[in-house]
Design a protein around this ligand. Structure first.
Ligand SMILES: Cc1ncc(COP(=O)(O)O)c(C=O)c1O
Length: 489
């Protein structure tokens, strides 16, 4: 039988490049098959003949043929020439997925779960004055590195295997002590679940405690992360009006459509900053009791409120099971540590721990162990003290500059906590357009109106200050002033 001859030009090898010749050969054959140049049944040269005609080692051809055979592109039988397998379409076949044809589509649920509700104009690029971001320059890198190193050496137990999905016991103990002393939250360590973020806690709880379609109340304006978690869980979101005293349950009817969940930020309302007084707290607890709702208390920043001692958490006023307390280390340390926590009723701790395992959402064990050491050594308290002072100074400076440069255009109060503040425009201005224009200039500020679900929104900006340098504050507010002047009617 005559030796098969391959079509001209299908085997082009780069002998000086980094890709092994066997790999190049395999790719050339694959491409030729894909393009229809080597249809089904085509006989290929033997390995010896091909190696000698190309001037390469026989082993190189063997490897390429083995790969082609493993992929089912050629068949090799003893005593017969290798052949392109039968059954390929005559015009060739798409061996690789093309971007348009076969990328798997998201399911309807996947589309809901991956929706971005933060809306047009929200800052996603990293820039100066970014809301939500703690200061990178004040993180205690050296102390943290020591704790991490020690944790990596010391944790050798089965904690490193498939256990403790709801958190490392040492960190739960530290947190139980810390929350009792700082926030008046008295709980057994077993009631604490350690998650990877407040967002994870909110998603987990909204899916575990309510069914799709169930009503949930969310502050208006309110935290977009909570809105997202409720949306992902398929809940029906109702608005809980906010005034200078925080959420006002007196403005909504409990009996018409009783909520399953009520989400609030009573210590420091997001994004307006109000603190809920005792009368409102009691009214809220009473409304929740009537509705048989569970309250999710988001206490994201109260460990470093600047002025005076913060009032104790709502959790401490409630009966067992009425409130789930949620905290995060994203603001007091870094979002990148991926550690947050929630305090749940004793009866829910075991099933929710199992749910965390089922969903595979748990925080890193060594990071948790390091954090437990950091808290135990007093390093965390020391850090909180430093950032209370530093963030207050940076926040006050931003307010001074805003008032002196833009006092006629904006209303702003000195921040009482947090890593960002809210400034209100005096006139009805398109805050989305202003935020976008600021982002184009390198400032990642966000529009206040996006935090409202209803049409009655106020216009303003949410501006981060925790990590801001003096120059960023000065130049950023200069840029904002110029923009607002350009917008003048
Ligand atoms: C009200 C509120 N809760 C929670 C968080 C974030 O928590 P985490 O980063 O742990 O998801 C933020 C962050 O900006 C927030 O503003």
């Amino acid at each position: 039988m005559t030796e098969p001859v391959l079509p001209e030009g299908i085997l082009t090898l780069d002998r000086s490049g980094p890709i092994p010749l066997s790999e190049q050969l395999y790719r050339c054959f694959r491409e030729a098959v894909r393009g229809g140049l080597l249809p089904s049944g085509t006989r290929l040269p033997s390995t010896r003949r091909l190696a000698s005609s190309l001037g390469i080692a026989r082993n190189t051809v063997n490897t390429a043929y083995d790969l082609l055979q493993a992929e089912g592109i050629i068949s090799v039988r003893a005593g017969a020439a290798p052949r392109i397998v039968d059954g390929l379409p005559p015009e060739g076949m798409p061996l690789e997925q093309t971007a348009t044809s076969s990328v798997p589509a998201l399911s309807s649920r996947g589309k809901v779960m991956s929706a971005n509700l933060r809306g047009e104009g929200w800052a996603f690029r990293h820039g100066a004055l970014q809301p939500g971001a703690p200061a990178l320059d004040s993180f205690p890198y050296e102390d943290w590195a020591r704790c991490l190193r020690r944790a990596a050496r010391q944790v050798r137990s089965s904690d490193l295997l498939y256990r403790n999905y709801s958190g490392v016991p040492a960190l739960k103990q530290q947190l139980a002590r810390h929350l009792a002393a700082e926030r008046g939250v008295r709980a057994k360590p077993e009631q604490i679940l350690i998650t990877s973020s407040m967002q994870a806690s909110l998603s987990l709880l909204s899916q575990a405690l309510a069914d799709p379609g169930d009503p949930v109340w969310l502050e208006e304006p309110g935290y977009l992360g909570a809105r997202t978690a409720f949306h992902v869980a398929g809940l029906t979101i109702g608005q809980l009006p906010i005034d200078q005293y925080g959420a006002d349950v007196g403005k909504v009817s409990v009996s018409d459509n009783p909520p399953r969940i009520i989400y609030v930020t009573p210590s420091h309302h997001y994004p307006l900053g109000s603190r809920m007084p005792i009368a409102r707290r009691l009214a809220l607890l009473e409304a929740a009791r009537k509705a048989e709702a569970i309250i999710l208390e988001d206490d994201y920043d109260s460990e470093f409120l600047f002025s005076g001692r913060p009032v104790a958490a709502l959790y401490g006023l409630a009966e067992e099971g009425q409130v789930i307390y949620l905290g995060t280390f994203s603001k007091s340390l870094m979002p990148g540590l991926r550690v947050a926590y929630c305090v749940v009723p004793s009866a829910l701790a075991t099933p929710l721990g199992q749910l965390m395992r089922n969903m595979g959402c748990a925080a890193n064990v060594q990071v948790q162990a390091a954090l437990a050491q950091f808290m135990d050594s007093g390093g965390y308290q020391k850090h909180l003290k430093q950032i209370r002072q530093l963030y207050r100074e940076r926040g006050n400076r931003l307010v001074e500059v805003l008032r002196s440069r833009l006092g006629n255009r904006v209303v702003v109060d000195p921040p009482t906590g947090n890593v960002q503040l809210t400034v209100f425009f005096r006139e009805k201005i398109d805050d989305v357009a202003v935020a976008q224009a600021m982002q184009d200039r390198g400032y990642s500020v966000c529009p206040l109106s996006n935090t409202y679900m209803g049409d009655e929104s106020r216009a303003g900006l949410i501006i981060g200050f925790a990590g801001a340098t003096d120059a960023q504050i000065d130049n950023g507010m200069e840029a904002l002033g110029n923009l607002l002047e350009e917008l003048e009617p």
